[in-house]
Design a protein around this ligand. Structure first.
Ligand SMILES: [Zn+2]
Length: 164
């Protein structure tokens, strides 16, 4: 029952992403790490921002999203000296966004972190205010279009034991 729900949600997610009529940036997005669900969700939100990427100057709008287990994320974060972030950061120069697996603990966290990081890319700005202006637009659309698995909408941190 539970796994069937996942599959249905995944199908909805995939079909939602295929509703776009404009050319997507899927071919220019590389995803590394994470589970299939985490990758689908990240790709869907990146697709939402595709129009804003298209308006950027230059031809090369490729980007890579790297999803890391939280402990590994912390090590990579300190190697980049990204000390002010907890769960996500981006390096505009190498076109990479790094996400902790903890970003995917619930849908609110996904919608807080990924659109914010995309905001840095579409504004090409390291400033939080600029990123958030773009993130707000991406967030509204992502909430409509990218359907998360039910587990992210209602995360169960303390599952009830099954009683006879
Ligand atoms: Zn930021």
């Amino acid at each position: 029952m539970r796994s069937w729900g996942w599959r249905q949600m995944l199908l909805v997610l995939v079909s939602c992403c295929s509703l776009f009529t404009r050319p997507l940036t899927a071919q220019s997005l590389t995803l590394i790490g994470g589970t299939p669900i985490q990758q689908q969700l990240s790709a869907c939100i990146e697709h939402v921002a595709a129009g804003e990427f298209d308006r950027l100057p230059g031809e090369d709008h490729t980007m890579t999203i790297v999803i890391l287990e939280h402990e590994k994320f912390l090590r990579v974060k300190s190697s980049f000296q990204a000390n002010r972030t907890r769960l996500a950061f981006s390096n505009l120069a190498i076109r990479r966004m790094y996400l902790s697996s903890k970003v995917f603990q619930d849908f609110d966290s996904v919608l807080r972190c990924i659109p914010h990081e995309l905001g840095h890319f579409v504004t090409q700005s390291p400033y939080e205010g600029d990123a958030e202006l773009a993130a707000a637009r991406i967030r509204i659309r992502a909430r409509e279009v990218c359907i998360p698995p039910i587990e992210l909408l209602h995360p169960v941190h303390f599952p009830n034991p099954v009683r006879p």
